[in-house]
Design a protein around this ligand. Structure first.
Ligand SMILES: Cc1cc2nc3c(=O)[nH]c(=O)nc-3n(C[C@H](O)[C@H](O)[C@H](O)COP(=O)(O)OP(=O)(O)OC[C@H]3O[C@@H](n4cnc5c(N)ncnc54)[C@H](O)[C@@H]3O)c2cc1C
Length: 395
């Protein structure tokens, strides 16, 4: 019933008719995976505070990891819309907490390797990322630098034997499970943003250690960790792209990261609305279903309209991404618009559940808690406004 309603959202005009048919079949695979492999276990993972590492292997076996990676590197070479559909479906099914980490592995790390990696780096990492043998994370944020990424302190000093890395990262999704970390570090402390470089760090090297998996308001099963690097020596060929080019690479790739957070917002809001539509038709007050009250009807109509508007914006972003024209400001505007919508719509939905909406047993309560961080990670709403404003009136 719910899956059918999601398919009633407008067709994706950013792909052709044949691809749309393939995408519809692919969505069925994702829904089956959600129903069979995730739904029965999700509450347990939430109480464990972590998804099992094997979930990535199962996702890989089902063909749901890094799907738009070229076939030459073990991927399926399908349009990125297939990868976006995974996020939308998992959000719709109420698995936002895990999806944050999944999108790091599927949508954030692979484009860096595909665009900037050497042939040897691609061959080393990408096939394992597709199969689930290798889990990845991205380490940008530090205890004293989140929005202000140019101010990171982790250093990578070039030596004869490789780069010597010292420092720490915080809030790193997949931090416990990751086998490879895409790390931002300073190779030239005096050069500001231009002193930032990126590294593909093998997490099994000596000097790499994991801190605790951080307890959170929502995303209870998500692996969000501190990482520490103490005299961690990585080989010279762990450098991704040119030394000092890291900030520019991050700015380029942040567009997809921000767009995909918006995609999760749209899926999660649609899922929450569909649960609410079911609930208000069953729940009685004053001798009639809640759905007969004008306030309820208007809230549902407003939520539906907002989700539809965001869906159209999302498809505009998909089309731009496919043509290589997704700009940072459009991605920022979409993240801002979609995540603010998600938080407000899910809050209104929870209100319609009354006291039951506040009970952990009801998925709407989890969706509400999980939504909140969407306005923070990947760049806060305030930073998104800055990015958009800069495109309008300059710095
Ligand atoms: C669950 C979770 C998962 C995460 N996963 C990752 C990950 O995988 N990898 C990673 O690198 N990071 C990750 N992060 C970090 C996340 O990207 C940062 O938390 C975020 O960018 C904000 O940085 P901060 O927390 O340092 O806040 P700060 O930068 O300290 O911001 C605090 C407040 O000040 C505001 N502010 C800051 N600068 C400005 C400005 N110029 N104008 C107006 N307002 C401003 C912010 O909007 C915010 O409201 C994750 C965070 C969470 C919570």
């Amino acid at each position: 019933m719910q899956a059918e309603r999601l398919s009633h959202s407008p067709a994706d005009f950013s792909i052709d008719a044949e691809e749309q048919a393939q995408l519809a079949l692919f969505r069925d695979t994702v829904r089956r995976f959600c129903a069979e492999q995730m739904a029965p276990c999700y509450a347990q993972w939430e109480s464990d505070g972590l998804v099992p590492r094997e979930l990535f292997n199962k996702l890989g076996d089902a063909g749901l990891l890094c799907v738009d990676v070229p076939e030459a590197y073990g991927g399926y070479g399908v349009p990125a819309q297939f990868s976006f559909a995974i996020v939308e479906e998992l959000g719709y099914a109420g698995f936002t907490g895990f999806t944050g980490g999944l999108q790091v592995h599927n949508d954030i790390v692979p484009p860096y390797l595909v665009s900037f990696g050497t042939e040897a780096q691609k061959q080393r990492w990408l096939p394992g990322m597709v199969s689930g043998e290798i889990v990845t994370a991205i380490g940008m944020s530090e205890p004293n630098a989140g929005s202000d990424l140019a101010n990171i302190k982790t250093s990578a000093q070039r030596t004869e034997n490789g780069y010597l890395i010292n420092g720490s990262k915080i809030f790193i999704s997949n931090g416990q499970h990751a086998d490879m970390l895409l790390l931002a570090a300073k190779t030239d402390k005096g050069a500001g943003a231009r002193g930032t470089s990126l590294f593909l760090v093998d997490a099994s090297l000596p000097g790499y250690s994991r801190g605790s998996n951080l307890a959170k308001v929502g995303h209870k099963c998500a692996d969000t960790s501190e990482l520490f690097f103490e005299n961690l020596l990585v080989p010279h060929d762990a450098l991704l792209g040119e030394e000092g080019a890291g900030f520019g690479m991050m700015m380029e790739k942040l567009a997809r990261e921000r767009m995909i957070i918006g995609v999760l917002a749209v899926g999660a809001a649609r899922g929450a609305l569909d649960w609410t539509i079911d609930y208000v038709q069953e729940r009685q007050a004053f001798g009639a279903p809640l759905a007969k009250l004008q306030n309820t009807r208007f809230k549902l109509a407003e939520a539906h309209t907002r989700i539809m508007a965001n869906t159209s914006f999302m498809q505009q972003c998909f089309a731009a991404y496919r043509n290589g024209q997704l700009t940072p400001e459009v991605a920022a505007a979409f993240k801002l618009y979609a995540t603010e919508m998600q938080c407000e719509v899910i809050d209104e939905c929870l209100q319609l559940f009354g006291g039951y909406g506040y009970m952990s047993e009801y998925p709407i309560s989890r969706a509400w808690a999980d939504a909140r961080v969407q306005r923070i990670y990947g760049g806060t709403s305030e930073i998104m406004k800055e990015v958009v404003a800069r495109s309008l009136v300059g710095k």
